[in-house]
Design a protein around this ligand. Sequence first.
Ligand code: COA
Length: 395
Amino acid sequence: MQKELRDVYYIDGVRTVFGKSRPNGIFANTRADDMVVKVIRSLLKRNPQIKPEMVEDNIWGATTQMGDQGLTLGRTTALLAGLPVSTPGCSVDRMCAGGMTAINNAISDIACNVADIIIAGGVEHMFHHPMGQGADPNPRFISEKLVDISALNMGMTAENIHDLYPHLTKEMADEYSVHCQKKAKAALDAGYLDDMIAPMTVWTPEGWKVAATDEQPRPEATLENMRDLRRPFRKGGRVTPGNSSGLNDGAAGCIIASAAKAEELGIKPKMRPIGYAYMGVKPELMGLGPIPATEKVLERAGMSIDDIDFIELNEAFAIQCLAFIEHFHLDGIEDKRLNQLGGAIAFGHPLASSGARLHMHLAKLFELHPEAKYGLSTMCVGLGMGGAVLWENVG
Ligand SMILES: CC(C)(COP(=O)(O)OP(=O)(O)OC[C@H]1O[C@@H](n2cnc3c(N)ncnc32)[C@H](O)[C@@H]1OP(=O)(O)O)[C@@H](O)C(=O)NCCC(=O)NCCS
């Protein structure tokens, strides 16, 4: 009888490229579930020791669970990817942290001896499913002042953080974003992202194309060309298309396995989860969520931010990263621990898929820096939440 929690490993992660959510975006004519299938099949192809019948669950996060993201995506994509009918699947939703939650659920299942191998990740096709599609917020939220009305618009929550920290200016947010674009360009030029991406053949009005390059990075970004971008969320606001993550389409996932199974199959794991945490904050300040989530996961692990070699902080908006940097006394926007390979401001943020992308960047950094011991992936979540996962480098 299993009496203790088992050791769990992150084996491998892969994603589609991230497209722009617009009529001429690379994935405009591609189904979200087919993007998930691409990720599942790529994971199995890259890890031939893992046979389809060894996958014991298929857990996927998506924020808008309807249409091509509906019908219990974990089950539909297991069938579509050619996993045996005996492989179950499920879908989870924690908005932007949908993929992160799916992966954490897989970690816990395996630790509790529910399964040995699980595929988990997240997808969001924001062109097919614009944020808030089909949502019907209870009028009590507003009539009883349970949340400020700005809580329902993510860009407005970022403006609220600017209000709260007036010393963190638009210029600083723009500087942060230019630096992010530079880091992303350096990572792309060095080929560090090549093996994270599963190119996918897609139908476009110009015929079949291979989606092999992220559409959003702007290596040409400068403080000057960002200065006068429109302020879509508030007249005279500080949040612009340049210092926000974009509207994107993409899928990202990974294989999580028990240490025992990985050893039996002769698979070299990349990372070991140490713990994870979620925390709530005021919904109208949702971008602050990573701060208490990080504090909680560190506290429960008996660690401090100084123990962490690499931090993957999802960049929904630059201002929330500035607040995180200030809170944890990081070494400014150039802190070498933070988003070393660039973040969502460059690569995009297809909501539920981003948690899985953060883990991929961390795994790559661990590979590039074998001396690094610990890493953190953390992200903010709509309606005022944060998620954080602590990892150990075992690669
Ligand atoms: C900010 C936002 C409204 C911008 O919307 P958009 O329709 O994609 O962007 P816009 O058309 O207004 O602006 C894009 C244009 O700005 C300019 N631009 C954007 N970034 C730039 C930069 N760094 N440098 C120079 N120009 C830039 C370009 O001209 C660009 O057009 P292009 O993409 O065709 O080249 C949208 O990206 C958004 O809502 N982001 C936040 C998403 C979100 O809330 N996620 C959840 C977080 S919890």
